[in-house]
Design a protein around this ligand. Structure first.
Ligand SMILES: NC(=O)C1=CN([C@@H]2O[C@H](COP(=O)(O)OP(=O)(O)OC[C@H]3O[C@@H](n4cnc5c(N)ncnc54)[C@H](O)[C@@H]3O)[C@@H](O)[C@H]2O)C=CC1
Ligand SMILES: O=C(O)C1=NCCCC1
Length: 311
């Protein structure tokens, strides 16, 4: 047996590309929602509170029997003070041989997390935004905001991209770092009025996005607020929109926006991919993302395959 390899941040970044990842994720989301245990076994993430540090460790194991992929991601995420220089999310992914249980690779999970989360949001927009969408608004200016900017501008042709952060410096830093056209906004309302697609990638635990500012028919990819008592969206938006999720079980366990608003989950994204649930593009839609192990599993396998090809 070969000894395990370590594939770290820069190398993962150079091996993981949206053009390969997006089709793999679409297939994986469909397999997850088919509820076939030979395709995907992925329990809801178990979490351990790191109370002293205002954080959590999440454990995200996944087995894809037909694809021969066995992985676990360890992810620590924190409720950071506004403006904190520390990362909100740190992660590692281990890839195992399902036949013998030996370790094949340990990978940096931060790039995988940023990349696959943005890719899944882009899939939600591809399926659920209205045709001819022109304006994208991003709320938050951290790691996820950057990866969402990259994939959304690579995949779609928005005429305008807006960004908002509670910190003015955050907006300025973001504009400098993305190296593409983006308009900084002074308020959430300014950013989202008339927007066709809205991405929420904040560390907020209270609602930041309110229904009254949103144009009917907009699509919201809601990525933050991943604990049962954390919020990014207000009750009216959650109740008026057609709500899609990555995992129904995950959403009912972890999403404050769903649990506390009492909103009904209409479908998983994989149900839409499989054709068993409709994509209501004409309505206001919310895709509540919490992140799934199966997304990390296909990403890690892609990185490993590319690494082997380059050897
Ligand atoms: N759904 C998923 O699969 C994943 C979700 N996440 C979540 O996405 C969110 C963003 O993650 P990162 O970009 O890695 O974090 P980050 O720390 O790099 O960026 C967070 C952004 O939110 C802003 N922010 C913090 N507190 C805020 C508040 N109270 N109100 C408004 N804005 C606030 C910060 O200024 C910053 O712009 C986090 O909530 C994280 O837990 C992260 C990874 C995967
Ligand atoms: O899926 C993930 O990975 C995460 N989801 C929510 C919070 C941090 C990481």
């Amino acid at each position: 047996m070969d000894p395990p390899v370590v594939i770290w941040e820069q190398e993962v970044r150079s091996l993981l590309h949206y053009r390969d990842l997006i089709p793999s994720l679409e297939v994986a989301l469909g397999k997850f929602s088919s509820r076939d245990s030979a395709e995907v076994i992925q329990p809801v993430r178990s979490t351990i509170p790191l109370q002293k540090h205002s954080g959590f460790m999440g454990l995200m194991p996944t087995y894809m029997e037909r694809d021969g992929i066995l992985t676990t991601k360890f992810v620590c995420f924190y409720k950071r003070q506004e403006g904190s220089a520390l990362p909100a999310v740190q992660a590692s992914v281990v890839l195992l041989d399902p036949e013998n249980g030996n370790l094949k690779a340990v990978m940096d999970g931060e790039v995988i997390t940023a990349t696959r989360t943005a890719a899944v949001s882009a899939i939600s927009a591809k399926l659920l935004m209205r045709p001819g969408a022109e304006v994208l608004a991003i709320l938050g200016t951290g790691k996820q905001a950057q990866s969402h900017y990259t994939v959304f501008t690579e995949m779609f042709s928005f005429k305008e991209v807006r960004v908002w952060s509670r910190m003015r410096e955050g907006v300025e830093r973001f504009i400098q770092s993305v190296g593409g056209p983006v308009k900084g906004c002074a308020s959430v309302e300014e950013a989202v009025r008339g927007a066709d697609v809205i991405v929420t990638v904040t560390g907020s635990t209270e609602p930041v996005l309110y229904s009254q500012w949103i144009t009917p028919g907009a699509h919201v990819a809601a990525v933050g607020a991943c604990r049962p008592d954390w919020r990014e969206l207000d009750d009216v938006l959650m109740k008026d929109a057609i709500v899609y999720v990555d995992s129904r079980e995950g959403a009912m366990t972890e999403s404050g926006d769903i649990i506390l608003s009492g909103a009904e989950v209409f479908a998983e994204l994989g149900d839409v991919i499989n054709g068993s649930k409709a994509a209501h593009r004409e309505r206001t839609t919310v895709f509540k993302s919490l992140g799934m192990g199966v997304e990390d599993a296909v990403s890690a396998q892609l990185v490993f395959d590319q690494w082997k090809d380059k050897k």
